[in-house]
Ligand binder design. Structure first.
Ligand code: AMP
Length: 215
């Protein structure tokens, strides 16, 4: 089972992808996570990507296609993957088709999380994660049960993404509308696109996704 999760920043792609990883042993392929790791490690890709990411723009197709293709070659991707944040442009969608057919892989579903963009700024600007295990939290909607201590692993270190501020979020949404939403018709003709109400509560979103995947 190979999926693409589509939706603007803050739609819940990462949350749903990590749930599918835990519950189904699938692999989450987040180009945003890969790029953040490259930035943190100071690699040439990270150096090239950092300024664009901080401004909420899109990193070049060439760079992103390269890192995704390499990641798909790792054996765990054969267990079933969830693409989270890729493809984001027409060029990436075409490149993905070529990569998958070259590697003998196929897409089963493209799931679009449909959301109200105004609510997303509020969702995104409050979010933070455990620096150790990656559990997600939110200043208003999901604080740790004990202040300052991760519910899952007990760590007291948390982090926030540099690009989760209101200005950058607006730019990321513009990019989504201009470049990413237009790729949906690319998959529509294949009959693999489904839509889920991303504004519903997390469990309902999860149930809707499960229904699609298990159909
Ligand atoms: P995300 O974690 O998916 O929100 O991505 C964070 C940032 O990484 C984006 O705002 C882009 O700057 C960059 N990025 C992640 N995935 C891609 C992609 N597929 N194409 C271009 N840029 C990307």
């Amino acid at each position: 089972m190979n999926l693409i999760l589509l939706g603007p920043p803050g739609a819940g792609k990462g949350t749903q992808a990590s749930r599918l990883v835990k519950e189904r042993g699938m692999v989450q392929l987040s180009t945003g996570d890969m790029l953040r790791a490259a930035v943190a490690a100071g690699t040439p890709v990270g150096l090239a990507a950092k300024a664009v990411m901080d401004a909420g723009g899109l990193v070049s197709d060439e760079i992103v296609n390269g890192i995704l293709s390499e990641r798909l070659d790792q054996p765990d991707a054969r267990a079933g993957f969830i693409l989270d944040g890729y493809p984001r442009t027409d060029v990436q969608a075409d490149a993905l088709d070529a990569m998958l057919s070259g590697k003998g892989l196929a897409l089963d579903h493209v799931i679009e999380l449909v959301v109200d963009e105004d609510a997303l700024v509020d969702r995104i600007t409050g979010r933070f994660t455990c620096a150790k295990c990656g559990e997600g939290y939110h200043d208003r909607y999901k604080l740790p049960a004990v202040a300052g201590v991760c519910d899952v692993c007990g760590s007291s270190e948390f982090k926030r993404r540099a690009d989760d501020n209101a200005d950058t979020v607006r730019q990321r949404m513009l990019e989504y509308r201009a470049k990413t939403a237009p790729i949906i018709p690319h998959y529509e003709g294949r009959g693999i696109v489904s839509r889920v109400d991303g504004m519903a509560n997390m469990d309902d979103v999860a149930a809707a996704i499960d229904a699609i995947v298990d159909a």
